[in-house]
Design a protein around this ligand. Structure first.
Ligand SMILES: NC(=O)c1ccc[n+]([C@@H]2O[C@H](COP(=O)([O-])OP(=O)(O)OC[C@H]3O[C@@H](n4cnc5c(N)ncnc54)[C@H](OP(=O)(O)O)[C@@H]3O)[C@@H](O)[C@H]2O)c1
Length: 254
């Protein structure tokens, strides 16, 4: 597994690129949207809370980044038609897609499997894996229209080694890792599209606080500190890396 925390991106690394970020209103997704725009990308901000997306939009504009776009979508209720309508809209607006950061996710509950609520399990699988998969299927033609496209799926340490009580969250991240391998193998021959998984590692966000309420937050990196690997994966220097597992932080912090 590779970590690029020391990577120093050029200011114009993502100039001209069109990148979709899911869960862009908060936490790691927000930091990624700001970082991508800060390096020249036109960012499509997708999420379920419009007010948060609007705030990120304003921050990008205030920083002088390329004008972003907002795409409200809730993975819980989204249908195949929504994903195809989305593809049509993005096709009309941009004609291609150079990157997707699949970042939106929910924790569900950390609880013994014996007590796991089946409805919550379904909800976690819907938001963390099923929705993103079908969205990716609808967006594949747009990704194929790019000369150099990068799809990054967000994983977790519990998606690489199972841990007691992490239930649907861990299983959804294992599924994510599996899907990355399948899709990466399918698109390998294209030479223009790469698909990789990225584990952010322990990061100071609302989700982390819910998972570890007693933790001293000062011991954690903030989302903006883990951006080098995100930028490297979205930029041209990661070309040729396909179907690989990345870490945004060195081992033992995640
Ligand atoms: N933080 C960590 O330590 C850590 C470690 C390993 C992996 N991860 C992974 O990193 C990713 C980002 O996590 P985070 O820590 O930044 O979490 P976060 O602060 O809770 O942010 C999650 C984002 O996903 C969005 N989202 C949730 N449900 C959604 C839905 N149904 N439809 C659309 N968007 C939805 C949220 O939107 P709202 O703001 O509207 O709720 C929010 O923007 C997740 O995939 C998580 O599993 C995080």
């Amino acid at each position: 597994m590779t970590c690029k925390i020391d990577y120093q991106p050029a200011a114009d690394l993502l100039d001209g690129r069109i990148i979709l970020v899911t869960g862009a209103g908060d936490g790691i997704g927000r930091a990624a949207a700001l970082a991508f725009a800060g390096h020249g990308a036109t960012v499509i901000l997708l999420g379920r809370t419009i007010a948060k997306l609007e705030k990120v939009y304003d921050e990008i504009e205030a920083a002088g980044g390329p004008q972003p776009a907002i795409f409200p979508l809730n993975f819980e209720g989204a249908t195949l038609k929504d994903y195809h309508d989305m593809a049509e809209t993005l096709d009309k607006e941009f004609g291609r897609l150079d990157g997707i950061l699949h970042n939106a996710g929910i924790l569900g509950r950390i609880t013994p499997f014996e007590q796991y609520n089946p409805e919550l399990w379904e909800q976690v699988m819907q938001v963390n894996i099923n929705g993103p998969i079908w969205m990716t299927q609808a967006l594949l033609p747009l990704l194929k229209s790019s000369p150099d496209a990068s799809v990054v799926f967000t994983s977790s340490s519990v998606g690489r080694r199972g841990r007691a009580y992490w239930g649907a969250y861990a299983v959804s991240k294992f599924a994510t890792e599996g899907f990355v391998e399948v899709l990466a193998d399918e698109v390998e021959h294209l030479g223009t599209l790469r698909v990789n998984s990225l584990n952010p590692g322990a990061t100071r966000t609302a989700m982390r606080k819910t998972a570890y309420p007693g933790e001293d937050e000062r011991t954690l990196r903030g989302p903006e500190e883990i951006m080098p690997t995100y930028l490297w994966l979205m930029g041209p220097e990661s070309r040729g890396h396909n179907g690989e597992k990345f870490d945004a932080q060195p081992p033992k912090r995640g």
